[in-house]
Design a protein around this ligand. Sequence first.
Ligand code: ADP
Ligand code: MG
Length: 244
Amino acid sequence: MSVNVIEVKDVTVAYDNTPAVSSLNFTLKKGTCTAIVGPNGSGKSTMIKAIMQLVKPVSGKVTVENSSSKQALKNIAYVPQKGEVNWDFPATVFDVVLMGRYVHKGWIKRPTKEDKQIAYDALETMKMLPFKDRQISELSGGQRQRVFLARAIAHNADIYIMDEPLQGIDITTEELIIKTMKQLQKEGKTFLVVHHNLMTVPEYFDHVVILNKQIIAQGTIEDAWTKENVNAAYFEKGVGTWTS
Ligand code: ADP
Ligand code: MG
């Protein structure tokens, strides 16, 4: 039987009284790699922010592992969308990855030898160990995304939520991120990922949510990833269709 790790029930989020997403009903199944797709401005980031309690819904409820407390969010490693993070912050690559451990310890306690080893291993996995002493302001886009994923790995959460992690990065980094995601999935982790490239959805993911302010479709790739559903989200009648 499949377990729901996240449940979004009838959630509406508005900015300045204008709804960005309306009446979302969604369940994230444990052990899946689920893509969220939809055109620009369709509310993908807003949906994720509602899950992360970064925006407050005007109505509806989100639960993470059956809890709506802040505490439950500790089991989620969240990688925000590019541009929402200040990379001028003075910190080394190693510092940022080590921050993944603070979720468990709080800010007061010093990192242990074990914490440092976990951070090293995460950097190794993302092939970023040679850059460990580099300032994060001096990294390329792909390298930053690797550091973020290394931090998520160091966090050792069960749920990973990533907002367009493959946007504007090199193909080597893309392959490494997908390979790592699939490896972690084998270990029982769950992924919810905003994804912008329609062509790679079926290759990278096993479940999909198609969004355009409302949920157009959700489910397995086999059931939900149809031309009708994609066209319904991306194209208005007469504007064009997606045909591949
Ligand atoms: P996506 O991630 O799919 O591109 P977003 O969730 O970022 O979409 O945005 C959905 C809608 O909400 C857009 O129309 C956007 O302009 C609006 N929006 C997002 N964030 C804010 C905000 N902080 N204040 C006002 N409007 C916002
Ligand atoms: Mg977005």
